[in-house]
Design a protein around this ligand. Structure first.
Ligand SMILES: *Cc1c(COP(=O)(O)O)cnc(C)c1O
Length: 847
């Protein structure tokens, strides 16, 4: 095709509704149904066609519709209320202002390879992106000074079409950014922001766009500029597309380019949040900046570490990027000089011995004062993954924290449920999402009303699914009788299970297909039938994932399953919203412990949908025996085959013996016991698993501390950073000489609860001084992996005994039962973010 440029001009809006274009460019609309109504009302069919993109809606809607709206008192009433709400949101006092009034110079920069804010802006593939989008929305709600940085993929992830044979086809459409809710970012002087990023043999130009999400701005990077050659223009074209070269280029653009872009706009973050390893190259650019100011690499590393937060999102190895050293030479070799170092030391910043390459997760882990997993279980799994980096350190003390994921409640709650909450919890329920008490009021919702609302959402969902299947069949030239059948697919009186997620094999979409006969009996039960809706994309390179889709597709066409097991194509935010608002049970079947958190079940819970899940990810933290269902037990398996078989049979049992009977047991025509599950779920899940709670946690546990550390480390020409660096070097060099010389225990002749043991130790420290270390008693319950419920008792320095030996002593008070104690030496952590920031430890071996 021949090249051309586009220009987009929004028609002049009638004065009474002139702010519709401003509203369209603030994604605040995406969690305010009344705001969306203002666009859909103009032309409901067009609204679906433009996939709920308000800018496109304004570009293509008939002028007459705008005039009509501007003269319609009912429309204007909504318009005025929405605009007033927007203004009061943007100008209102926030949680951050109230809790941290003196911290106005704070700024969190949050880097992520994907952001899923709304279907109109499809630069996400799944959970990671959705989480990033919801994180930004809550940062806005809470008033956290916060910017996001990501990539504006011209072709997004991909649109999924399922062909006649049941194979997924990936379709790519080009977005015209002029028709999107983004606008070009501006420098302080008003000019567009274009920076360059160095790639092998050339500089690539990168343009910066911005997306307004409430009070927060996400900056997006884009290389599709005429200054670039054809290949470079396509670097930011696809999310998770291309080969390793594309991948490393995108990550350089995101990390290095994103940091440069912030500087160009005069933005100086105080805390840097790396959302998954893809963004870890911000570390390299920040190191370069500091080394340019005269710091050594090792001091610069301390400065960067002090203010960096890293969130890791998956235990699946494919989720951790590793680049071979030849690639690092080619792409980043110029930095060896610029960072005033050599190849070997550069590689060490992120080297992964096992996979023999430069590992982005390692790079991040090595340069973040705060690292976390996304659920308690995932944090434990992550500690195990990296325990060889923390040799000798008890698992509970490995500095990997847990911040369990949540969802942006207002984004995912159905408008009808929102009205119910307003009526029974209180008009201000959205202002107190993380207040547990208010959710107790869901028990005051009359069963009939909750059920009626749910059934309404279910009907809407079924219609949506029928349309989705209808469109697919029509496109695939399926026989007319089959196409006509669609309108009868699914029934709102049948127990409906939803399964919508990425078709990665570990998520086991086929768990129920393991026993087809048993599944058929469930689906075809004349009294108590079940129907199941599946949706999800597989990565275009994931053949096994695509085979799963085909397997379900084939099944859905078989006589005995047709219209009862239904596959929905092109899973995106819009599809997900419909499904998780309208099914009865949300099914989650990952192979434990591979689901780091999962969030779709949290979205379902807000809508009174009941979770049925493997005890993986967030579910063990939420499940209390009454607010949903657990498949299997919290058990570890050696064999995947056994695990799959046992989980499948546990799921069938659960369905047959509990879920189905409960669902169909009616009292006065409604399933009161089932409704009780819905209410238990509403009372216990949304308040805990919201991004409001999550972002508060990130702020209080990490962002504020990181900002403070960053400032302290930089003060007085980086004095503290230099001291910490020297301290670490000293200990690393001499730690191997440190040892216990003797340990003596003095105990009373008869032991009883409350008796005291006196411990004395002599340690040899070599050139290390007593103030550099801590000698402590570890006291706890004896368990199969060492000591549990550890208490740490610091030992008191008594005297120097000559030859760099020192005496210590301390007492412990005995508790009931059998306990164990030992002694250890560790670095003094006065200036550390965590006692084992430097993973050195010496246990007493002289017992
Ligand atoms: C919430 C969501 C996800 C992530 O949910 P999981 O439970 O992790 O599968 C993925 N895709 C879409 C469209 C979502 O809305």
């Amino acid at each position: 095709m021949y090249p051309y440029r586009t220009v987009s001009v929004i028609p002049e809006l009638p004065a009474p509704i002139s702010r519709l274009s401003e509203l369209a460019r603030n994604l605040w609309f995406s969690w305010h149904p009344q705001a969306q109504l203002l666009y859909s009302k103009l032309d409901p069919l067009l609204w679906e066609e433009v996939n709920h993109n308000p800018i496109k809606q304004l570009l293509y809607v008939e002028g007459a519709a705008l005039k009509r709206a501007a003269a319609d008192p009912e429309y204007l009433a909504i318009y005025n209320r929405v605009i007033a709400d927007l203004d009061s949101y943007m100008g209102g006092e926030t949680w951050f202002q109230r809790t941290c009034p003196n911290l106005t110079d704070q700024l969190v920069a949050y880097f992520s390879a994907e952001f899923g804010v709304h279907e109109s802006n499809p630069v996400y593939s799944g959970g990671l992106g959705l989480l990033a989008g919801d994180h930004c929305k809550s940062a806005s709600d809470l008033g956290i000074p916060f910017v996001g940085v990501g990539i504006l993929y011209k072709q997004g992830y991909f649109c999924q079409r399922i062909n006649r044979e049941g194979w997924q086809e990936a379709h790519y459409t080009f977005m015209d950014f002029n028709e999107m809710t983004v606008t070009p970012a501006r420098r302080p002087d008003g000019g567009e922001v274009i920076i360059t990023v160095r790639l092998p043999g050339r500089d690539v130009f990168v343009k910066v766009w911005e997306l307004q999400v409430g009070r927060v701005i996400i900056y997006f990077l884009d290389t599709d500029l005429s200054q670039n050659n054809k290949e470079d223009r396509q670097l930011t074209s696809k999310l998770y597309g291309g080969n390793q070269d594309t991948r490393i280029s995108q990550e350089i653009i995101l990390g290095i380019g994103g940091t440069k872009a912030l500087r160009e706009m005069g933005i100086f973050p105080t805390a840097w949040h790396i959302n998954e390893g893809h963004a870890a190259f911000i570390i390299l650019e920040r190191l370069r900046e500091l080394i340019n100011q005269g710091l050594t690499l090792s001091t610069a590393r301390e400065v960067v570490r002090a203010s960096t937060i890293f969130t890791t999102h998956t235990p699946v190895p494919a989720g951790h990027d590793v680049f071979d050293s030849e690639m690092i030479d080619r792409y980043l070799g110029y930095l060896y000089n610029e960072l005033k170092t050599n190849r070997e030391d550069f590689m060490a910043l992120g080297w992964d011995q096992e996979r023999q390459g430069f590992n982005m997760t390692r790079l991040a882990l090595n340069h973040a004062a705060f690292t976390n997993g996304v659920s308690k279980l995932h944090a434990e799994v992550t500690k195990k993954m990296f325990q060889n980096l923390y040799s000798g350190i008890p698992q509970e003390e490995i500095p990997i924290h847990a911040v369990t994921n949540g969802v942006h409640t207002e984004t995912w709650v159905a408008p009808e449920m929102r009205d119910l909450f307003a009526k029974y919890i209180g008009e201000d329920w959205v202002d107190n999402i993380s207040h547990q008490e208010q959710w107790q009021r869901v028990y005051s919702i009359p069963d009939e009303e909750l059920w009626e609302t749910h059934q309404k959402l279910k009907s809407r969902m079924i219609k949506f699914v029928q349309n989705n299947v209808y469109r697919r069949m029509e496109r695939n030239f399926q026989p007319l009788e089959l196409i006509r059948e669609c309108a009868g697919y699914l029934s709102k009186n049948v127990l409906t299970i939803g399964f919508a997620r990425r078709f990665a094999t570990y998520k086991r979409a086929n768990l129920l297909l393991q026993n087809k006969a048993r599944l058929s009996r469930l689906v075809n039960d004349p009294e108590k039938p079940v129907q199941i809706i599946f949706a999800g994309k597989a990565h275009p390179a994931d053949r096994p994932g695509q085979e799963l889709i085909k397997m379900i597709y084939d099944l859905s066409l078989e006589e005995e399953f047709r219209g009862k097991i239904v596959l929905v194509e092109d899973y995106d935010i819009n599809v997900s919203r419909h499904l998780l608002q309208g099914v009865d049970v949300w099914l989650n079947t990952p192979r434990r412990p591979l689901e780091a958190s999962g969030t779709s079940g949290q979205k379902a819970a807000i809508n009174g949908v009941v979770n049925c899940s493997i005890l993986d990810g967030w579910w063990p933290e939420a499940y209390n025996g009454e607010n949903g269902f657990a498949i299997g037990t919290a058990k570890d398996y050696q064999s995947e085959e056994v695990q799959d078989r046992e989980d499948a049979s546990s799921l069938f049992d659960l369905l047959e013996q509990i879920i189905i009977p409960y669902y169909y047991r009616r009292v006065d025509g409604i399933p009161r016991e089932w409704i009780h599950y819905m209410k238990d779920s509403l009372a216990t899940i949304p308040w805990q698993f919201s991004t409001e709670r999550m972002v508060k946690e990130y702020t209080q546990r990490f962002y504020l501390k990181a900002a403070l550390r960053g400032r302290e480390f930089a003060a007085n020409h980086f004095q503290l950073a230099a001291r910490v660096e020297q301290f670490k070097r000293l200990l690393e060099e001499h730690w191997r000489h440190i040892r216990f010389c003797s340990v003596e225990v003095e105990q009373p002749p008869v032991l009883s609860v409350g008796s005291e043991l006196l411990l004395r130790a002599e340690v040899f420290l070599g050139v290390v001084k007593p103030q550099d270390i801590i000698v402590e008693i570890v006291y706890g319950r004896v368990s199969d992996h060492g000591l549990d419920q550890m208490t740490l008792v610091p030992m008191e320095f008594i005297q120097e005994s000559g030859d760099n030996k020192y005496r210590y002593s301390a007492k412990i008070t005995l508790m009931r039962g059998t306990s164990g104690y030992t002694l250890r030496i560790r670095p003094n952590d006065k200036d550390f973010a965590h006692p084992f920031e430097l993973p050195l430890i010496k246990w007493a071996d002289v017992f």
